[in-house]
Design a protein around this ligand. Sequence first.
Ligand code: M6R
Length: 359
Amino acid sequence: DKGGHKHFMAKEIAEQPVAIDRALRAYLGSEDGRQLPEDLDFTTVDRLTMVACGTGYYACLVAKYWFEQIAKMPVEVDVASEFRYREPPVSPNTMGLFVSQSGETADTLAALRYMEGKAAQIVGLVNVQESSIARESDVVLPLHAGPEISVASTKAFTCQLVILLMMALKAAQQRGHPLPDGLPEDLRALPGLIHQCLSLDAQIKDAARDLAKAQDIIFLGRGVLYPLALEGALKLKELSYIHAEGYASGELKHGPIALIDEKVPVVVMAPRDALFEKTVSNMQEVMARGGKVILVTDAEGARVAGDGTHEIITMPQVPDALAPILYAVPAQQIAYYTAIAKGTDVDQPRNLAKSVTVE
Ligand code: M6R
C-alpha cells in the first residue's frame, strides 16, 4: 500500500518525520525511561570500527565525524566487501558496529563474523529485527523506520543517522566529554524540521527538470556534509541512471575540476557552518568555469553566497550536528524527481535488489 503516493519511495520519504520520531522515542530517554540499551557500553572500548555497504556506509561516514568530534573516539569506517578480505587486525578494545537496513547483506554479515571473538562487542544497527545481523550481534539496536520497500534507502538512512548521533552522545558522556550546546534536546525538533524540508519539493522539481538533461552530475560537500554528497550521487545514479559523483569540495582542485563545463551541473550542499566559506570558495571555482550550481543551503547562506548560482534550495537553519540528517531529504528528492523526469522505474531500478544476500 503506497498510502496515496505514486511510489513507495515517495511514501517512505514522506514518512521520515514519523519514523524519526519513533527512533527518538525509543532511544532518547523520556519520562517512560526508554533509552539506548545499557549494554551498549563505551567505557570498555577505546575505538570503533564501523562496517556497512551502500547507503549504510555513508551513514557510518557521517557518524565518524560525530564520534571523533563529540566523543573524541578513534573511528575506522569501511565497506564490508573490502573489510572482510583485508584481514585487518582487530584490537580487543574495539567495538564493531554493523549498519544494515535489511540485516541480511552478505558482505556485512561476513565482516561481522570476521570480528566475532576478536572485538570487545559486536553491535548491530538494523531495520529488520529478525535478521541474521540482529541474531549474531551482542547488542541490537532496531532502527524503528518501519518496512522499507523501495530499493532506494531513504527513511532507514535518516533513522540510522539519528541513532548514530544518539550513540555518539552516549559515548561522549561515558568518556567524560561535554555535549555540544543544545544536544540532545535539539534532536526533538528533528521531526518538525524534516517536515519543513519535505515542502521544498516544488523548488526541487524545477531543478530536477534541468538535471534530467545532464549526462554527468557532481555533488560537493565538506566535513559532515561530504558523505551526503556521496549519498546524493548514489541515489541519483541508482534511480535516474545518470552518471553522478560525490566529492569532498576541498578535493575539487586535485582533479575533478577538470570535468567542469557548462554541461555539468554541480549540486553543492552547504549549510552555514564553520566550513561554509571554504565550500563557497570551491563553488565559485566551479562557477568561474561555467559550471551550473544548484546550491542547497539555508536562508543566510543563500543571502551571502547565492549570487551567480543557477538554482537555490533554501533549507531551514539547523544546529551543525543535525545538518546531515536534514540535507538527506533534498538529496533524496533530487534523485526522485530527476528519475520521474526521466521516466525510470523509481521503486525497482534496473539491475538492483533490495537486499544483497550474495557477494
Ligand atoms: O540492507 P543494507 O542496508 O545492508 O543494504 C546496503 C546497500 O545494499 C543499500 O544501502 C543500497 O546501497 C541501497 N540501494 C541504497 O539506496
